[in-house]
Design a protein around this ligand. Sequence first.
Ligand SMILES: NC(=O)c1ccc[n+]([C@@H]2O[C@H](COP(=O)([O-])OP(=O)(O)OC[C@H]3O[C@@H](n4cnc5c(N)ncnc54)[C@H](O)[C@@H]3O)[C@@H](O)[C@H]2O)c1
Ligand SMILES: [Zn+2]
Length: 361
Amino acid sequence: MIVNTTIKNQKYRISFDVNLKKFIKRNLNNYYKVAILTDNNLYKIYKDILKIKGLLVLKIKPGETSKSHIVKNRLDEELLRSKFNRNSLLIGLGGGVVGDLTGFIAATLLRGVDLIHIPTSLVAIVDSSIGGKTGINSNMGKNLIGSFYNPTEIVVNTKFLETLPDKEIRQGLGEIIKYGIIKDLKLFRKLESSNVRFMENNKKDIASILKKCMEIKIKVVQKDFKESDLRSILNFGHTIGHAIEKLYSYKKSHGDCIGVGMAIESILAHEYFDLKHEDLLKIINILDKFGLRRVTYNINQVELLLDYMQLDKKNKGSSITFSLPCKIGTIMKIKDKHTVEVSRKTIKKVLIKYLNEFKNI
Ligand SMILES: NC(=O)c1ccc[n+]([C@@H]2O[C@H](COP(=O)([O-])OP(=O)(O)OC[C@H]3O[C@@H](n4cnc5c(N)ncnc54)[C@H](O)[C@@H]3O)[C@@H](O)[C@H]2O)c1
Ligand SMILES: [Zn+2]
């Protein structure tokens, strides 16, 4: 199956269940050089697919630390040494780490070479491969250096998910639940009735869930590529989730932190805005069903969490910006904006309420 899409006037296609060897060989015929970047975990499992004459295979250590200047420099030099030119293609085969790094290299090397994403984690399929955000981390924080750069193609092979550890499946489910809450009641209901062991659902259902999520992200970024308003709905659960990630010095996974973030932001949406109690409980239940409320904090850390939220680049002044659901499937709109400003005092009350009444023990 092939879907053609246009984001920021740039056309790209999304192909599903492609024969990768054939696909790479075809590209080797079309380009002067083709390089594929992957991480050591994936290389171990899938090296046979990558044994193709003429294909340059680059490897990085798995994990967030590879999204660095040092690793990027090494790879830039390696590509230039192997005579990469503007008529060359860079492919990223991996999760979001590989995707963000490959994308940033493609964006800057020789002022831009063609890029293809082959996302292999659930997070990369439903989230990071779409939307053009690429980048690396700085000592000052995550994703602070980067650019917007779209691939020419995204190739989705759901078979990769069969080797993805359960913990990583859960991280992707965090984002999938988010899509249901912000944009799609039907998707939310589907998740409510699905097998808790996500990969044991029938293949057709899994494929349709993934396609739905990709479609939602594509539609949102098509309308608002640079995050001036609508794209911020994708940040539901992330304002608090990011602060929790920082509290744990990024040692807890992103999906686990935004799971708690979605629970607390839903309490905020219920207590101070229009989200019904019934919907709040459904949100908490689905997060618990998929084990997405296992990270927590204590009362002494509340002020620190608030400080971290205020540091976020999206906030102005002393209030903090949120995108909140008014019901499952819809983000509320106030004065034509999809975001609201909430005072530190109010968020503090909600953070304490969560500990007293909703904490998952
Ligand atoms: N650009 C964006 O819009 C965007 C959006 C969301 C997240 N991100 C970024 O993505 C990164 C997180 O992505 P992630 O969750 O995919 O993490 P990841 O890339 O670290 O992958 C998670 C782990 O799973 C392994 N793995 C991946 N696919 C596998 C497979 N098929 N079989 C076996 N093991 C596999 C990896 O080796 C790694 O150990 C973060 O750096 C985050 O900042 C970017
Ligand atoms: Zn996220």
